[in-house]
Every structure is written in structure tokens, then in C-alpha cells.
Ligand binder design. Structure first.
Ligand code: PDD
Length: 283
């Protein structure tokens, strides 16, 4: 089955899809995006992803009138055509095509494309052993709640973690000494039977799975604190985990050189991942 792109109103094989060099995404990373996936063949949290996309478009003033029904139909058709058991959908909207000038183009409409690929699965042994993370000073901009494709700091932080033998990086604010998020997932700590996660705000992405897990935990009697989280708290935490579209609920078992708990995925993390998977059956 081929990977598929939806571009200029057509579904074509991904390897044939092209963007003009004059697309603002190429010159300026002047584009916003979403990544969402199917679980059991159904798109998970579609409305939440569309709501965040609308907020991103508005925040960077890309004039794209998003019609959710229209988008849902295009997404469903892409999923149908690629025929994968579970699909990962990437959706990008740029400010359109123009010669390289800072001022926004008026003549060209925004460029939308989507790609449809198999959803990557976290290998069972990785899920079983959990992740190691490297704490990295956050050198991103002041509006990380906007999902723009300007991801160079995330890429460099992730690669730094890999180069040093870690699975991922977790950004922290070196001035305020507080934790932010991982390179493409949100962060939770567990202390006793409580969860603690950085509050939403301009320094983290409002993760769709983050909100889902906060709600799921509370519905199951697990208290969740959303607030500033000091760096030292993760080093003293019983457990930690990441949430995101591709991670689901994924244990963190080592932070820099410090093992958390007994260095294996903890009971609360396992319970939440179980609750997460169970909840998907009832969507
Ligand atoms: N990333 N934080 C960052 C910086 C992210 O890039 C992501 C998602 C998340 C989690 O968001 P959600 O729960 O809505 O997936 C948090 C996507 C998957 C990506 O860039 O590939």
C-alpha cells in the first residue's frame, strides 16, 4: 500500500508530492501543523486537533477558513485510500506562495497538504523498559503553544539526547528552574498517588493527549496538579511519563543519570496507560 499525500485537492503517492520552493513554509517555516492518528481505525481526538489548528492559524494570522466537516471528509478519504490498519495523519497549512519577502502575500491562498502513513508503534520492549531523558535548557521561542513547523530547537535537543545515549530531551527553563515538555510530547510526574504536570501556557504545547489523560486520571480518582514544576521535582519523583499522539502514555525511568523509583515503569504509569487503552474501546 502506498503512503499518500493530499495536495492541491488530489490524493497522490507521497513520493510524487511536491511543494514549490516559493512556498512560505520553505523560506520561513511560515506554517502550522497537526499530527493525529487512528486508534481502532477511528481518528482520535479529531475535534481537539482541529480546535488547536484553528488557534494556531489565528495566532499566526494565516487566513484559512477551516471547515471541520470538509476536513473530516478529506481525512476519511485519505485513510480509506491508503488502507493501513492504523494511520498517522500529518496536516500542514502554510501562508502560501510568494517571492521571498517578509510581508505577507495577498495574492496567493494558504497551502494545505496532508500525508497519510502507517502509524508508528512504540516497540513493546521500549514500552516495557521505559525511556531515559536528558534535561536540556529550553532555547525555543515564547509562543510554544502555537504548533508551528519551526522545530529546529526540538530537533537539535532530540538529537543531542540521542547522541548522549538518551531516548529524548526534556526542556526546562534555566532562569525559572521549571520543567516544560519533551521534544514532541508533554511531561507528567507522579508523587505518591498524585500526578503533577506543567500548567498550560505559552511555554508548552497544549497536548491533546495531555488533556485527555488529565481528564481520565481525575475520572478515576487520581488527583492532578497543573502548575509550575521545579526541575528538582522530576529527580525526586516516583515516576514520570510522556504523553502524545505517538507516545500515548510512555514511562520515563531515568532523568540524566538519576533513575526514577526502581528504574522501571511504575504502577501509576502502567495503570494510566491501561486506562488509556481501555477508554479507546468506548469512543
Ligand atoms: N507532537 N509537545 C510537543 C512539543 C509536541 O510536538 C507534541 C506533539 C506534543 C503532544 O501533543 P499531542 O498530545 O496533541 O500529540 C507536546 C507531534 C506528535 C509531532 O510533532 O510529531
Amino acid at each position: 500500500m502506498p503512503d499518500i499525500a493530499y495536495i492541491q485537492g488530489k490524493y497522490i503517492p507521497l513520493e510524487e508530492a511536491r511543494l514549490p520552493l516559493t512556498d512560505r513554509a520553505c523560506y520561513f517555516a511560515d506554517a502550522v501543523y497537526e499530527v493525529f492518528a487512528t486508534f481502532g481505525g477511528k481518528v482520535f481526538l479529531f475535534d481537539e486537533h482541529m480546535a488547536r489548528l484553528e488557534r494556531s492559524l489565528q495566532a499566526v494570522r494565516i487566513p484559512f477558513a477551516l471547515d471541520r466537516q470538509w476536513m473530516a471528509e478529506r481525512v476519511a478519504e485519505g485513510i480509506r485510500r491508503c488502507g493501513y490498519t492504523e494511520t498517522l495523519i500529518y496536516l500542514q497549512i502554510s501562508r502560501g506562495e510568494a517571492l521571498r519577502e517578509k510581508k505577507s502575500p495577498t495574492a496567493s491562498p494558504p497551502t494545505l497538504f496532508m500525508t497519510f502513513r502507517p502509524k508508528p508503534q512504540i516497540p513493546p520492549d521500549v514500552r516495557e523498559r521505559g525511556l531515559s531523558v536528558l534535561l536540556v535548557p529550553d532555547d525555543r521561542w515564547a509562543r510554544c503553544n502555537i504548533k508551528t513547523i519551526m522545530l529546529l530547537p526540538n530537533i537539535l535537543a532530540h538529537q543531542k539526547a540521542l547522541d548522549n545515549g538518551f531516548d529524548d530531551a526534556v526542556f526546562y527553563d534555566a532562569q525559572r528552574n521549571v520543567l516544560h515538555e519533551a521534544s514532541s510530547a508533554n511531561l507528567f510526574l507522579a508523587a505518591g498517588n498524585r500526578l503533577i504536570t506543567p500548567a498550560e501556557g505559552p511555554k508548552i504545547l497544549s497536548g491533546t493527549v495531555r488533556s485527555y489523560v488529565v481528564r481520565l486520571a481525575r475520572e478515576n480518582g487520581i488527583a492532578v496538579e497543573e502548575r509550575d514544576v521545579e526541575v528538582g521535582e522530576i529527580l525526586r519523583a516516583d515516576e514520570a511519563f510522556l504523553t502524545g499522539t505517538t507516545s500515548e502514555v510512555l514511562a520515563v525511568v531515568r532523568v540524566n543519570q538519576t533513575p526514577l523509583g526502581d528504574g522501571r515503569p511504575g504502577p501509576l504509569t502502567r495503570r494510566l496507560h491501561g486506562l488509556f487503552l481501555e477508554s479507546l474501546k468506548h469512543l
